[in-house]
Design a protein around this ligand. Structure first.
Ligand SMILES: Cc1cc2nc3c(=O)[nH]c(=O)nc-3n(C[C@H](O)[C@H](O)[C@H](O)COP(=O)(O)OP(=O)(O)OC[C@H]3O[C@@H](n4cnc5c(N)ncnc54)[C@H](O)[C@@H]3O)c2cc1C
Length: 449
C-alpha cells in the first residue's frame, strides 16, 4: 500500500513522470565545424604536454581523445610511475611534464625520489610514483587553463592537406566534426593520425606484450607456503589451466607485488577498437583465471581484486617512418644531433613474452637525445608526432617510449608546430636554434645547450 501511495504522490506532484515524452531522432548525428590552429590527436602522456604548450604560446588548440579522461598510459592504463627525469645526478627533462608531475606529488602528500642517490641496476627507484586519477584531473585542469578545447570520445576518420591547412573529419558519440587546422600533432601512441594522413609507418612482426595493471590483496604474504604454491602453479600450467608467460612464470612475484606491472599479454595492440577490445578482454580473462587459481590455495582463499585499470596497457605498435630513425647505437652512445630537442634516459627495456625483460643499462654518463627529424614523417607538411610512435628502431624505441621522454617530446613538438604556424611554414623548416631557445624559454631542457 505504501508503495502504491508513493507512486500516487509522485504522479500527482509530477505528472510528466508518468508517461514518456516522444523525441524524434534524439541520436541524429550532429555536424560540427571547428577551426583551430593546432590539432593534437591523443590526450595521453605526450599529448597533454603538447596541447598545453601550444595553448600557453597563445594558439587555439583542439585535443581529440578517444577515451574518457586524459593521461593515456599514465592514467587510463595505470602506469602511473613516469621515468626518468634525472640522469647521473642532473635533471635532463623539465618543463610542463615535470611541472604537472611535481604538482600531483605535492597534492597527494607524496615525496619525490632522492635523485642524488644513484639508482644502480634498479632504475625504477628514480621513477616518480603518482596517484594516477589525481594526475588525470590535474592535467585536465591545466589543459582548460591553457585554453585547450578537449573533445573526448572522438577520433579522426580522414585527414586531407590543402596547401596550408588540414581538413580533418572526426567521428564521436553522436557527433561528426570537420576540423580545419594549421598543424597536426599526432600523440596517439600508435601513429594513428600519421596513418590516416597517409604517411608510411614502421612495425615489425613481433611486438612487446601488454600489461593490465591491477592490485590484489586479502592474504598475508609472509605466512604463505611458497613452495606449495609454486608446485600448484606448475601443475596448473601443465594441465592447461594457466599460461606460464601471462605472469612471467612468477607466481611468487605476483603475490609479493600484489599485482602491479607483472602480467604479460601477448600481441596486445591498441591500434583499432577491435584489437584493443581483444587486448582488454585477454588481460581481464588472465586476471580472472589467476584469481580463481589462487583462491583454491591454503592461505590465499580470500584473495581479492583491490583495483584494476580500465584498459590493458600497450607497449608497442606502429612508429612513424621519419626524416631520421633513431637507432640502438645512437641511443646507447648518447649521440647528440644538431637538431636534438630533448633528452631520453632509460635502460634498453624490450619485454619478450617468453623471457620477461632484462633491462640493459646505459654506461656511466650516457644520456640519449631526440632529434626533431625523428618526430616528422617523411613527405609530410604541417605534421609532427610526439610520444612512443617516434621514428626509431625497436631497441631504441624500447627506451625512448618511457613517459618523461614522451613529455619532453610533447613540449618540443608543440614549440616546433607553433613557430611553424607563426612563420607559415612546416616544422622541419623552422630554424632549429629558434626551436631550442623557445623550448628553454618555456622551461624545457635542450641537449647541448
Ligand atoms: C605496462 C606498461 C609498463 C610501462 N612501464 C613504464 C615505466 O615504468 N616507466 C615509464 O616511464 N614508462 C613506462 N611505460 C611506457 C610508457 O608508459 C608509454 O610508452 C608512454 O606513456 C606512451 O606515451 P604516449 O603519449 O606516446 O601514448 P599514451 O600515453 O598511450 O597516449 C596516447 C593517447 O592517445 C589516445 N588515442 C589513441 N588512438 C587514438 C585515436 N585514434 N583517436 C583519439 N585518441 C587516440 C589514447 O586513448 C591515449 O590517451 C610502460 C608502458 C606499459 C604499457
Amino acid at each position: 500500500m505504501i508503495t502504491k501511495m508513493g507512486a500516487l504522490s509522485v504522479g500527482i506532484t509530477a505528472p510528466h513522470l508518468s508517461h514518456g515524452d516522444v523525441r524524434s531522432e534524439p541520436y541524429k548525428i550532429r555536424k560540427r565545424k571547428v577551426e583551430t590552429d593546432v590539432l593534437v590527436v591523443g590526450g595521453g602522456t605526450a599529448g597533454v604536454v603538447a596541447a598545453i604548450q601550444a595553448g600557453r604560446a597563445g594558439h587555439s588548440v583542439t585535443l581529440l581523445e578517444c577515451q574518457s579522461q586524459l593521461g593515456g598510459t599514465t592514467s587510463t592504463a595505470g602506469v602511473a610511475f613516469p621515468g626518468i627525469f634525472f640522469a647521473w645526478g642532473k635533471q635532463i627533462i623539465s618543463g610542463i611534464g615535470w611541472e604537472m608531475v611535481q604538482e600531483a606529488v605535492a597534492l597527494n602528500g607524496d615525496s619525490l625520489p632522492n635523485f642524488s642517490i644513484p639508482h644502480g641496476r634498479q632504475h625504477w627507484r628514480h621513477q616518480v610514483r603518482l596517484n594516477g586519477p589525481l594526475y588525470s584531473i590535474i592535467i585536465e585542469q591545466k589543459c582548460i587553463e591553457a585554453g585547450v578545447q578537449i573533445r573526448f570520445y572522438e577520433t579522426p576518420t580522414s585527414m586531407v592537406f590543402k596547401k596550408d591547412h588540414w581538413l580533418v573529419e572526426t567521428v564521436g558519440k553522436g557527433i561528426h566534426a570537420e576540423i580545419k587546422c594549421k598543424q597536426i600533432i599526432d600523440c596517439s601512441g600508435n601513429a594513428y593520425a600519421a596513418a590516416v594522413a597517409g604517411f608510411d609507418l614502421l612495425r615489425e612482426k613481433e611486438t612487446q606484450p601488454g600489461t593490465l595493471m591491477f592490485q590484489i590483496g586479502g592474504y598475508d604474504f609472509e605466512k604463505l607456503d611458497l613452495e606449495m604454491i609454486k608446485e600448484e602453479y606448475e601443475k596448473a600450467i601443465k594441465n592447461g589451466e594457466l599460461v606460464r608467460a601471462e605472469m612471467r612464470g612468477n607466481i611468487v612475484g605476483l603475490l609479493k607485488n600484489a599485482g602491479d606491472n607483472i602480467q604479460h599479454i601477448a600481441e596486445a595492440d591498441s591500434t583499432t577498437s577491435e584489437s584493443h577490445t581483444m587486448a582488454n578482454i585477454r588481460g581481464r580473462e588472465s586476471l580472472l583465471k589467476h584469481l580463481k587459481f589462487l583462491r583454491r590455495l591454503p592461505g590465499c582463499e580470500n584473495t581479492k581484486i583491490i583495483e584494476m585499470r580500465t584498459e590493458t596497457g600497450v607497449r608497442e605498435t606502429y612508429r612513424i617512418d621519419g626524416l631520421y630513425k633513431i637507432t640502438h647505437e645512437d641511443y646507447v652512445s648518447g649521440k647528440v644531433f644538431d637538431d636534438s630537442v630533448s633528452y631520453s634516459y632509460y635502460p634498453i627495456d624490450l619485454h619478450i613474452i617468453e623471457h620477461g625483460v632484462t633491462p640493459k643499462h646505459l654506461t656511466d654518463g650516457v644520456v640519449a637525445t631526440v632529434p626533431l627529424r625523428a618526430l616528422i614523417p617523411k613527405n609530410s607538411r604541417n605534421f609532427i608526432v610526439a610520444g612512443r610512435c617516434l621514428s626509431s628502431d625497436r631497441l631504441a624505441n624500447s627506451a625512448l617510449r618511457v613517459q618523461a621522454s614522451c613529455m619532453g617530446m610533447g613540449q618540443a613538438a608543440a614549440v616546433a608546430s607553433v613557430l611553424a604556424i607563426q612563420k607559415g611554414i612546416s616544422p622541419a623548416e623552422v630554424p632549429i636554434e629558434e626551436i631550442k631557445s623557445t623550448i628553454k624559454k618555456y622551461g624545457g631542457i635542450v641537449p647541448g645547450a
